[in-house]
Design a protein around this ligand. Structure first.
Ligand code: PXP
Length: 240
């Protein structure tokens, strides 16, 4: 069965709304793990709008499952990752003005630059995952630069408004997953997944880990993070 990486960025979003010390993402990670999270994911953005450097350092000490650091492919972030050594890094595109990550990383158009960053990270024993759209050329380029993982962007699937387009997007993800595995990549997925749309993605053959944030933290605000994580594990298993 697919594993669950809980993205706790929005715990830090609430804290930063007041620039105070609560709620602490380190405490949230601990509770999420106790409730069955298989991994903890945080995105250290260039503008530090939610997760702070201190959070990543402390999470490295406290996370008992695995820590996935999402970051832009920049020299600043590369230095931080090599210093902190998360269990894996997910490279994502980043624009200052966006509300959340929009679209996958363009590997084809910057293969030399991304390839160099992947080499440096993997040379430091940090496996790299590339957050990409499920396009054959992007998957082939990711395999060419020998990233260990890709994370398929599920945004278009999540935004599909009718059954036919949802079905079409799911087929694109399924074919992308198959192509990637044949090319030697391991496959994760995420973005926009919810309690209601997660099961078909979790059922894609070969899919390893789903990184899910907004829907879990939204539910956690109302029912508590342990229940929210437990219920997402059930949704992935198709039992709610
Ligand atoms: N995966 C990646 C690469 C992301 O950038 C995000 C958003 O931070 C997620 C997964 C989680 O998306 P959501 O918050 O919509 O579940």
């Amino acid at each position: 069965m697919c594993t669950l990486g809980v993205n706790i960025d929005h715990i830090a979003t609430i804290r930063q709304a007041r620039r105070t010390v609560e709620p602490d993402p380190v405490a949230a990670a601990l509770l999420a793990e106790l409730a069955g999270a298989d991994g903890i994911t945080v995105h250290l953005r260039e503008d530090r709008r939610h997760i702070q450097d201190r959070d990543v350092r402390l999470l490295r000490e406290t996370v008992r499952t695995h820590l996935n650091l999402e970051m832009a492919a920049t020299e600043e972030m590369l230095a931080i990752a090599v210093d902190i050594k998360p269990d894996y890094v997910t490279l994502v595109p980043e624009k200052r003005e966006e509300v959340t990550t929009e679209g996958g990383l363009d590997i084809v158009g910057q293969i030399a630059r991304i390839g160099e960053i992947v080499n440096k990270l993997q040379g430091a024993n940090i496996p790299v995952s590339l957050f990409i759209d499920a396009e054959p050329a992007q998957i082939a380029a990711s395999a060419q630069i020998q990233a260990k993982f890709i994370e398929l962007h599920t945004g278009q699937y999540a935004e599909a408004r009718d059954e036919a387009s949802r079905h079409r997007e799911l087929k694109i993800l399924t074919q992308g997953c198959e192509q990637a595995i044949k090319a030697g990549l391991r496959v994760n997925a995420g973005h926009g997944l919810t309690y209601w749309n997660v099961y078909p993605v979790a059922s894609i053959p070969g899919m390893e880990e789903l990184n899910i944030g907004h829907t879990i933290i939204s539910r956690a605000a109302l029912v508590g993070i342990e229940r929210a994580v437990r219920e997402m594990k059930q949704a992935i298993a198709g039992s709610i």
